[in-house]
Every structure is written in C-alpha cells, then in structure tokens.
Design a protein around this ligand. Structure first.
Ligand code: 5GP
Ligand code: MN
Length: 342
C-alpha cells in the first residue's frame, strides 16, 4: 500500500495522479467522518460523499448532526458518536477507507481519534484549515486558500469524475457548506474558484434560495430576544482599539434556555460595527469557556487561538477554549486586543 503521500494542492500534484479515485471506487467499507460540534461545512462535506458514492459510505459525527442541519439530504444516516460510540469505533476499525473532512487535527474528532488512529484503513483528509496533521493520513488534500471543505470536496470530485457526475443531493450539500463557511460569500471568498464551484452547483437545480432560507431564517422568537438581551447587556466595544467582544454567562444561557448551537453566528454582531477589526465571543460552559475570534483585515486570529486558547482555525476565523474563569478569560482578551490605556 502506498503510504504517506505528500499533502497536495491542485497545482502541485493533480489529484487525478493519485490513487484516490481507485481507493474511493474499490474500497468496500468507506467511512466518512467530520468534526465535533459540526457546522454546515462539516455536515455538507460529510453528506456530499454519502450521495456521491451512492449511499455506500458510513457517515459519522462525534456528537451528531445539529438540528439546524437535519434537513440536509442524508442527515438521518449520520451515526452519532455520543449516541453510539461503540458502533462508531467499530465502523472506523473495520473500514477499508476513512475519509476525514473539514478538520486538520485528530483532536477535532475528540474521543473517536484513537479508533481512527489505530484503524488499518487507508486514511484520506480533505480540508481547508492550516497545519494539517499529515502524519495521521495516507493522503492529504489540504487547500487552505479555498473557502471551505465543501469547496475542496467539490474540486476533488470535479477532478476525479467531472462535474456532470456530481448528483443533485451532493450539490445541495456542497452548496450549503460553501454558504455557511463564507457567510453567503461575504468572507473567505476572495478566490474566483468559489464562485465557479457555486455556479456549477447552482446549475444542478438545487434551489439555492431555499437553501439560504434553511440556513439563515431559522431563529425562534426566544433566540432573537436572547440576541437582543446580549447585545444590550453583554457587548463591549473599544472603538480606539478596533475591538469588540460579546460574553455570555451560563446564567444567561439558562435564563433563556439557549444552547451552543443557538449562539452560532452571534460573534458576527461584533463584526458588523464599522470600527471593529477584531471581534470575539466568549461563551461560558460548565467546565471551560469557548472562544470565537474573527478578524476583518490582517490580524491573524488563528495564531492567537493557537497560542493563547488551545485552538486554531483560519486567519480570519478561529476558535479555542480556556479553563480559567470567565472573568480571567475576558481580561486576557482585553490584554491581547486593547491598545494601552483604552
Ligand atoms: P467558531 O468560532 O465558529 O467555533 O470556529 C471558527 C473556526 O475555528 C472554525 O473554522 C473551526 O474550524 C475553528 N475552530 C474552532 N474551535 C477550534 C478548536 O478548538 N481548535 C481548532 N484547531 N480549531 C477550532
Ligand atoms: Mn470548514
């Protein structure tokens, strides 16, 4: 078996020159897996393979499919690690081919990492984050200049089989992930390739407007009122430092009956301020705080998430955690981003 191929880009090593197509077509037991706390890009890139390979692959998410994406075609096929841990571990152990999508480090699949690491399967990673953990895979398609894992998957499928071979359900999944990872083409969309991919997907009669509704227009009244409360009471703005952050306590979440998924997108409110260059969201959890960082211009929040918050992501969007108190976490953020004396 060929092992440890170099990470490749579409430019450096054409995917068609690798054994990927043969592996995908000839492996009997294919398992596709994406990361903990899946977002639209994770679910989309995961399920795109389910449809592309004719319903053959097993599809795993460590803590299941978030309700916001349960409408996606094939979502009912996702096996959740939380609900069926042993089944997921068995699927990974018995697989011939494991395809990881939308994560760069095994830590992102959490308690399923050992089963993947120890599996004898061929392992492929298709992703768009920096610093992929290449040692853990046989073949890595790491294209960090692309918008989303779904775009990486689109171009991979396009190169392997041609655009015509991509079925409508795969297109619906891929378009969804591209939209959620780019805020509907408002960031991470500097490369023309993302529009080309989107145009080719939209051409497959996917009802793009309907997908946008499914992604965006899904708030409950309670969630919207919670956002109102948070924006009034939990937003701090520092115009001279071009920094703003939002924090949410456990009590706030309890009071409104709000889940982590309900706060997806909350950080973007710190970014719509004209003065903001960097924005943050800190969510208190029972045993830690989760941090989301966003950057409009040249501040590399991936580096900051890696250095200070045991996390990572992208230059303009990253996340991490802290195990200090909420107050100490906020103080660290202020120390990192406030200009002296502001
Ligand atoms: P979010 O703020 O929406 O949770 O995450 C933004 C980006 O940062 C996502 O692309 C995600 O992949 C990445 N990210 C979030 N949390 C972590 C983390 O704990 N570790 C790493 N390596 N990346 C993260
Ligand atoms: Mn992604």
């Amino acid at each position: 078996m060929e092992r440890k191929l170099h990470p490749l880009t579409l430019i450096e090593q054409p995917i068609a020159d690798t054994p990927l197509r043969e592996w995908l077509e000839s492996s009997e037991k294919v398992v596709v897996i994406s990361h903990m706390n899946a977002d639209g890009d994770a679910v989309g890139s995961l399920l795109s393979w389910y449809h592309m390979l004719g319903g053959r692959p097993g599809v795993i998410l460590p803590n299941g499919c978030p309700p916001a994406f349960s409408w996606m075609p094939g979502a009912d096929r996702i096996v959740s690690g939380d609900a069926e841990r042993e089944r997921c571990e068995r699927m990974l152990t018995e697989a011939d081919l494991i395809v990881g999508v939308d994560f760069n480090a095994l830590s992102r699949i959490d308690f399923l990492a050992p089963a993947l690491r120890e599996s004898k399967a061929r392992k492929v990673l298709l992703d768009h984050h920096h610093n992929p953990e290449i040692e853990a895979f046989d073949l890595v398609v790491s294209l960090s200049h692309l918008s989303s894992a779904c775009e990486v998957v689109y171009w991979t499928m396009n190169h392997l089989w041609g655009d015509e071979a991509i079925p409508r359900d795969t297109a619906r999944c891929l378009y969804t992930g591209i939209c959620t990872d780019t805020g509907s083409f408002s960031y991470s969309s500097e490369q023309p390739s993302v529009y080309e991919a989107a145009a080719n997907l939209v051409a497959k009669d996917i009802n793009a407007a309907g997908i946008h509704n499914q992604i965006n227009d899904i708030y409950t009244e309670n969630r919207l009122r919670f956002y109102g409360y948070v924006l009034t009471n939990r937003l701090r703005v520092f115009p001279e430092s071009h920094f703003a952050y939002i924090y949410v306590t456990l009590d706030d979440q309890k009071q409104f009956g709000i889940t982590a998924a309900d706060m997806e997108g909350l950080v973007s409110y710190a970014m719509i301020l004209k003065e903001t260059h960097v924005g943050a969201l800190v969510r208190e959890e029972p045993t830690r705080n989760r941090i989301s960082l966003r950057s409009k211009y040249d501040v590399d929040v991936n580096e900051i998430a890696r250095t200070y918050f045991n996390g990572g992501g992208h230059i303009k969007a990253s996340g991490g955690q802290s195990t200090t108190s909420l107050q100490e976490t906020i103080e660290l953020l202020e120390k990192l981003f406030l200009k002296k004396g502001k």
